[in-house]
Design a protein around this ligand. Structure first.
Ligand code: PEP
Ligand code: MG
Length: 597
């Protein structure tokens, strides 16, 4: 029977296809006495050999597709396959109890999973998780079950999961992943951000999608409305098929239109830049004519691997971006791990409040070995183009000074060794903590640019966890407090004569383009896919009117009022089709008596 579930649409588009339930495989494991112990031992051995071949194949395919460093995890799995804990126990019990191998492997997995949950030592838990993963592969082989892995799907599928970690999301098979539906998470989780970057329709916060959809069930994911339909009727399916064709046609038409310059009708330029996380996104950015990379989330170089990336690997990645985008700017953000991004080999502790915990710059300042290697790689890459460096989660002047002293040490070291680099590259502070807004005037005197990270600024100023679907309705970019904080930050930047951009998801939402431009933002950085629409918005507004509009918005006290005003203005500008003839002329006269912002 058809089931409709509502969640939060985080990446637009419609996906229709078979469900692939990830991470919720429940194997039905038989238990029986075997007649011939030797035959059972041989069957177990064959399963191990075949799993070894699978992992080796995965290693090669991954190394070829995205580089050896990302394939290291499979090397670790090969090691775990040889681990005696599992194999010894199974072989011993097959002999002594004459029980079938899958039952014994299943028992072992259940015991270790329980143990894993009860032990506080993160290192032990991660090692055990890897062992359990390998155990699951052997179990699946013994049961002739299909243990799907996200990176190489056998056929086009809609991923259904309780949750996808950023590492899971970073290794998604971009060709065969039709859509994503998860029980938890919010619109600015990194999974949502990545789904948008790769134009994979996604709905999160569905609560129980995993228990409604069985593997292979047809499932519809509507990322525009946040609706998911499991086992749709023929009528529902036909309706969505039609809508899918229509929306794909208009998206193709939008992409085919010539991009308008990101300049307002009265000649005020607000460059539209790209946010990237994976190197493959550089080509997306070039295709959408991004005027630079406003945010390179470098933590993705650290995910899905068993060891840290070397300085050399990082240098190559940053240099590639610098070369490809030159002469446009590439803004490299230093490591922002923690929060919802974890790396198993760094043994970040399980924290009660990870978003308020040991993340981003706090982590880097305590791990100068990792931080300095990254900074060296960034400085070395600077000779290949126009690079600038920015720091996440700066909360005050002391932190910024501490960062700059480390920066200084790195430069002295590079100079002493005669390594070429540009010494005077711009250094920026992300403004994403309310305390940084409060002292923005002081921070502005000590750095070269600001970039407002609205994803975190909203989370911290409204005290709404950005990845918690239960309170996602409270996560509100249109909150007057958020808009006032943006305004204050811009004012402080202007007073110090430094530029101030926005690189949170708000920058890619065309509904906010006019108010952000009117508030005086100097650039907007977003997922490359959002660039055409936002550029068209910027090209359809008049700066002088945008300033008055922003000023009016700043005087509004309620979210509902702000939303209503933004929406009215947005529809008046000829949107929903931002490329429609005459959209650029659909200007709105400023209300009488409005002050410029
Ligand atoms: C932000 O917080 O707005 C931001 C751009 O950084 P991230 O989403 O990576 O935390
Ligand atoms: Mg942030």
């Amino acid at each position: 029977m058809e089931v409709t579930i509502r969640g939060i649409g985080v990446s637009p588009g419609i996906a229709i296809g078979p469900a692939l339930t990830f991470g919720v495989q429940a194997f039905d494991i038989p238990k029986y006495q075997v007649e011939n112990v030797d035959t059972e031992l041989a069957r177990f051995e064959r399963a191990v050999i075949s799993v070894r071949a699978d992992i080796e194949r995965l290693y090669e395919r991954t190394a070829e597709a995205v580089g050896e460093e990302h394939a290291d995890i499979f090397k670790a799995h090969l090691m775990f396959l040889e681990d005696v804990t599992l194999r010894d126990e199974v072989e011993r019990r097959v002999v002594s109890e004459a029980l079938n191998a899958e039952y014994l492997v299943g028992e072992w997995i259940a015991r270790y999973t329980k143990l894993m949950a009860s032990v506080p030592d993160a290192r032990f838990r991660e090692r055990t998780q890897d062992l359990v993963d390998v155990g699951n592969r052997i179990l699946a082989r013994l049961l002739n079950a299909n243990l799907e892995s996200l990176d190489h799907l056998e056929h086009p599928s809609v991923i259904v999961a309780h949750d996808l970690s950023p590492s899971d999301a970073a290794k998604l098979d971009m060709v065969n992943t039709l859509g994503i539906a998860t029980d938890v998470s919010g619109p600015t989780s990194h999974t949502a951000i990545l789904a948008r970057a790769f134009e994979i329709p996604a709905v999160v916060g569905l609560k129980f999608v995993g228990s409604h959809a069985l593997p292979g069930d047809t499932i519809i994911v509507d990322g525009r409305t946040g609706v998911v339909v499991v086992r749709p009727s023929a009528k529902t399916r036909a309706r969505y098929e039609e809508e899918k064709v229509r929306s794909e046609r208009s998206r193709a038409a939008l992409q085919a239109k010539e991009l308008k310059p990101s300049v307002t009708l009265d000649g005020h330029e607000v460059p539209a830049m790209a946010n990237i996380e994976l190197p493959v996104e550089i080509s997306h950015s070039l295709k959408t004519k991004a005027q630079g990379i406003g945010l390179y989330r470098t933590e993705y170089l650290f995910l899905n691997r068993a060891t840290l990336p070397t300085e050399e690997e990082q240098y190559e990645a940053y240099a590639e971006a610098a070369r490809a985008m030159a002469p446009a700017t590439v803004t490299l953000r230093t490591l922002d791990l923690g929060g919802d991004k974890f790396v198993s080999h760094l043994h970040l502790a399980n924290e009660i409040n990870p978003q308020l915990g040991w993340r981003a710059i706090r982590f880097c300042l305590e791990r100068p070995d990792i931080f300095k290697a990254q900074l060296r790689a960034m400085f070395r890459a600077s000779v290949h183009g126009n690079v600038q460096i920015m720091f996440p989660l700066i909360s005050g002047v002391d932190e910024l000074r501490h960062v700059k002293s480390i920066l200084q040490e790195v430069c002295v070291d590079l100079e002493r060794r005669g390594v070429p680099f540009k010494r005077d590259i711009p250094i920026g502070s992300m403004i994403e903590v309310p305390s940084a807004v409060e002292v923005a005037d002081l921070l502005a005197k000590e750095c070269d640019f600001f970039s407002i990270g609205t994803n975190d600024l909203i989370q911290y100023s409204l005290a709404v966890d950005r990845v918690n679907e239960k309170i996602a309705h409270m996560y509100e970019p249109a909150h007057p407090a958020v808009l006032r904080m943006i305004r204050r930050t811009i004012k402080a930047a202007k007073a110090a004569g430094i530029p101030c951009g926005v690189c949170g998801e708000m920058a890619g939402d065309p509904m906010f383009s006019e108010v952000l431009v009117g508030l005086g933002i100097s650039s907007l950085s977003m997922s490359a896919v959002a660039i055409p629409v936002v550029r068209s918005q910027v090209a359809s507004i008049r700066y002088s009117l945008a300033r008055r509009f922003a000023s009016r918005i700043l005087n509004m006290g309620s979210v509902a009022e702000v939303r209503e005003a933004l929406h009215r203005r947005y529809s008046q500008r000829g949107q929903l089709d931002p490329y429609a003839e005459g959209a650029a002329d659909a200007n709105i006269a400023g209300a009488a008596g409005e002050e410029e912002c």
